[in-house]
Design a protein around this ligand. Structure first.
Ligand code: NAP
Length: 315
């Protein structure tokens, strides 16, 4: 009999049919079933669930569950709801890293070439050329130099930017000045014209980019947040933009998503709002990676080191 693996996604979200189909193709050696389609008497067979935005109630229905494998890189919504003793794996997909690196490059160029300002000048029929800044003179700082941050840093270096990054542990990335620790964060902020946030949401990173952080950034600097909304103190960011210490913010992630219609970000002249599109999961590549990890876990209970989430760190 094939092992039964559950696919779990909250039922009030649209089903992710392409991903389910890709997972079935990539896992011919297991019986992959959507949780709602598993007969109650068979739920005790499920040792592994592939989770794509689950609820605590859904996870609690599988008494023998050992692994919740996320289809997302960020697992801050899964960690607090997995039953005790259940391991969590995250999506580590080179395609996702490339997609995110492309988004980081695109929106860094948007800020680098003053596109928000020229768009606003056009609305006012104003002709004011600004001096050109070379990419080599534009200092980009990435907070969160992990899988996505490292690939983004490399893409920026390849395009001529002067790049630094910050992580919890020391790192070495070719062509990138690497900082770590609390002092390292201040040093990174002070030398960056554009900060790219690619941090996970953990108890240590919530509100990390606060008023002090924005004050440490040079006057006229900008922020791109592609990590998680809660890592930014929204009031402090709005205050820094309003007093024109910061020039512009490109925000793809928010504490509440979709961003509520009354939120000040929507109409702010110095904010670009994106609907969480910088790094979507690619069903074809994610399915192959999740399938390999699930197959390995079912065979010997192990996972690739970079896919294992450490609950004590929160990422
Ligand atoms: P990752 O490989 O785990 O990298 C996280 C990085 O953040 C690591 O460099 C880590 O440092 C650093 N970090 C974590 N906590 C820190 C702290 N307290 N102080 C300093 N550095 C800290 O994760 P990833 O795969 O790159 O993904 C990053 C995040 O991107 C995800 O968690 C998710 O929230 C977000 N994301 C967003 C989208 C989107 O569409 N907007 C898509 C995918 C992912 P160490 O290297 O020292 O551990």
């Amino acid at each position: 009999m094939l092992p039964l693996v559950a696919y779990v996604r909250r039922t009030d979200w649209p089903p992710h049919l392409e991903l389910i189909e890709r997972l079935r193709t990539a896992l011919p050696d297991v019986e992959l079933a959507v949780l709602a389609d598993i007969a109650p008497q068979r739920l005790a067979e499920v040792r592994v669930a592939i989770v794509d935005g689950p609820t605590a109630e859904q996870l609690a229905t599988m008494p023998a569950l050992q692994l919740a494998h996320s289809t997302w890189a960020g697992v801050e919504t899964v960690l607090p709801i997995v039953p005790a003793g259940v391991a969590v794996a995250r999506m580590v997909d080179p395609q996702l890293a490339d997609t995110m690196a492309e988004a980081v490059l695109a929106w860094t160029l948007y800020l680098h070439r003053d596109m928000p300002r020229y768009a606003s000048q056009q609305r006012a029929a104003t002709w004011v050329p600004r001096p050109l800044v070379r990419t080599s003179d534009r200092r980009v700082g990435i907070v969160g130099l992990g899988m996505l941050g490292t690939r983004a840093a490399e893409r920026l270096v390849a395009n001529g930017f002067t790049v630094a990054g910050w992580s919890r542990s020391p790192k070495a990335v070719s062509g990138v000045e690497c900082f770590h620790g609390d002092d390292g964060l201040v040093a990174l902020l002070e030398r960056s014209d554009i900060i790219v946030d690619l941090l996970p949401q953990t108890s240590d990173t919530i509100g990390l980019l606060d008023g002090d952080a924005f004050t440490a950034m040079p006057a006229g600097a900008s922020l791109i947040n592609f990590g998680r909304g809660a890592t930014v103190d929204d009031d402090a960011l709005l205050a820094a933009l309003d007093r024109r210490h910061l020039d512009h913010a490109v925000l793809d992630v928010f504490i509440v998503e979709p961003l509520p219609p009354e939120h000040r970000y929507w109409a702010h002249p110095h904010v670009t709002v994106l609907p969480h599109i910088s790094g979507p999961t690619s069903p074809d590549t994610a399915a192959v990676i999740a399938a390999a990890n699930v197959r390995r876990f079912l065979a010997d209970g192990t996972l690739p080191a970079d896919a294992i989430v450490d609950p004590s760190r929160g990422y």
